[in-house]
Design a binder for this molecule. Structure first.
Ligand code: SF4
Length: 506
């Protein structure tokens, strides 16, 4: 039985607040991060769900990492390997193409999302089907493949449990690894009850919100799709150049079903995902499971080299996607973002992400990696993209957690510089240089500095007679001071004290 697509599974706008769940995705043409964040911060249920989930994964990750005595060395090895891959990417990609082709795969190259979607849609259409099963994949979300397939009348069924929840909830993912992290089990039950039956096998009539019961309903719903599908679509964690092998790590086994049951398999791969040799796999297989799901080893590791007669897919297509990656590679500081292995350790440790959730970032890549990767892939022209590098307190926790040592805070500062330069170049009004004029005057001379100190102490002692802190102030200080109490400046500065007590000696 083929389920036709009476209504969109992907595009239907999110339900109005107060219906299913409360986590509402930001619109695709998203406003700046600050506005998104304000809206998401009001969602107390989502914040509760997120705090619980990120705290659990974060603590578990620390335990698993502590078990590896040379963890720092493995991190350094991963970083060095990724940098070498970036330096010789042209050579490795050519080698990957050669060995994939020798093994029987068809290799395609896509400069951008549009080209990638044209290639993928063309392959699916050539098989005469109107549905595909797919494995969770960041790059297919990045290029909005499901939407492109839907435009061509093809349904792309998500088979990862969390992605299924997101798809049935007409929602968008909020986390790289746990896309439905903003939903709790009661919300999941409601989504399954309301939506599942419209797209295939319905859930049992009396379904509790127990995770095994919910997982069982999803398993039954997906099984008919697995058995029926003629085309499967996957991403890839790594493509090994010297053997032409594609590799996927996953936790649920849905990937294994997509990789083995359909007759045709299409693997969509970001060009930075190649690794030189089979031996290099060892480094990433140590780093990735511990940093992502906090496991010593992920439950399913699938590797396939071409096709085998009578076993698994008989046709394999690998679509390499650039979509802004070569632009990032051309930036000597920004290119380190391409080391990313999408483990999401930086998301789970980020205080901003924990509070605002993934939807505030207006991109499939949220959290610290999102704020350095998205503006490099998409440019810094839209309100959301140029606001992303400011979605950080620069606390540096992300850099400490990153298994491939991406200097995330340095790249954030670098991108902020780029945005400031662009504003200057566009001759648009920019507050920062104006603020810097008095700052420059103050710090340029000891006399000026002393004068400002005295003036501030005098003003503070006059204004703050009965209190020892500065409360809310008028604009432009209001955004900072309305949520923070600043200690009042001391009546006597250190310089004054030194002069009085030490006679100004040096
Ligand atoms: S930036 Fe580092 S920590 Fe964050 S997802 Fe990528 S590899 Fe993981």
């Amino acid at each position: 039985m083929t389920i036709s697509l009476p209504i969109s599974v992907r595009r239907t706008p999110a339900p109005p607040p107060g219906t299913i769940g409360v986590g509402q995705p930001e619109p695709v043409a998203s406003p700046a991060f600050r506005e998104n964040a304000k809206r998401q911060l009001q969602n107390t249920q989502m914040r509760k769900n997120l705090r619980h989930a990120t705290t659990t994964i974060r603590n578990k990750r620390l335990l698993r990492v502590a078990e590896v005595p040379n963890w720092e060395d493995v991190r350094s090895a991963g970083a060095a390997l990724k940098d070498r891959i970036g330096r010789h990417l042209d050579t490795y990609l050519a080698q990957a193409e050669e060995n994939l082709t020798k093994a029987g795969a068809h290799v395609h190259w896509a400069r951008d999302a549009e080209e990638a979607n044209r290639i993928i849609t063309g392959i699916v259409k050539s098989k005469g089907v109107d549905e595909v099963v797919k494995i969770k994949s960041m790059v297919t979300q990045e290029i909005e493949m499901n939407e492109a397939l839907e435009d061509a009348g093809i349904a792309a069924w998500e088979t990862d449990l969390a992605e299924l929840i997101v798809q049935l909830g007409h929602d968008r993912p909020s986390h790289i690894l746990v896309p439905a992290i903003h939903r709790n089990r009661e919300e999941v039950r409601e989504i399954f009850k309301k939506e599942m039956g419209q797209y295939g096998t319905p859930p049992p009539d009396k379904m509790s919100n127990d995770p095994p019961i919910l997982a069982g309903a999803a398993r039954r719903h997906l099984r008919e799709k697995f058995l029926r599908a003629k085309v499967g679509i996957s991403g890839s964690n790594m493509v090994i150049c010297d053997t032409g092998t594609v590799c996927i790590v996953e936790s649920e086994g849905n990937g294994r079903m997509c990789l083995t049951l359909p007759e045709t398999l299409i693997s969509v791969v970001g060009i930075e995902k190649v690794i030189p040799t089979f031996d290099d796999l060892e480094v990433f297989m140590k780093l990735l499971p511990r940093s992502s799901t906090a496991e010593r080893m992920n439950p399913y590791t699938s590797m396939w080299t071409g096709t085998t007669d009578g076993d698994g897919p008989q046709e394999l297509h690998v679509v390499f996607v650039d979509n802004g990656r070569t632009n990032a590679l051309a930036d000597p500081e920004g290119r380190f973002a391409l080391r990313c292995i999408r483990c999401s350790a930086c998301l789970n440790i980020c205080p901003i992400f924990e509070r605002v959730g993934g939807h505030a970032y207006g991109s499939v890549y949220p959290g610290p990696i999102g704020i350095i990767l998205t503006p490099q892939l998409r440019g810094i022209n839209s309100p959301i993209d140029k606001s992303l590098p400011y979605a950080s307190t620069l606390c540096c926790a992300c850099a400490d957690a990153c298994p491939v040592k991406i200097p995330i805070p340095d790249i954030i500062v670098h991108l902020r510089n780029k945005i400031a330069d662009k504003k200057k170049h566009d001759k648009r009004p920019h507050l920062e240089p104006t603020v810097m004029i008095p700052v420059n005057w103050t710090f340029n001379s000891a006399k000026h500095f002393e004068f400002v100190q005295k003036a501030v102490s005098f003003a503070a002692s006059t204004a703050l007679k009965n209190t020892d802190y500065i409360g809310p102030m008028p604009w432009p200080a209001s955004p900072w001071t309305r949520a923070r109490d600043i200690p009042a400046p001391p009546a006597e500065s250190f310089r004054q004290w030194w002069k009085k007590n030490r006679g100004g000696q040096r």
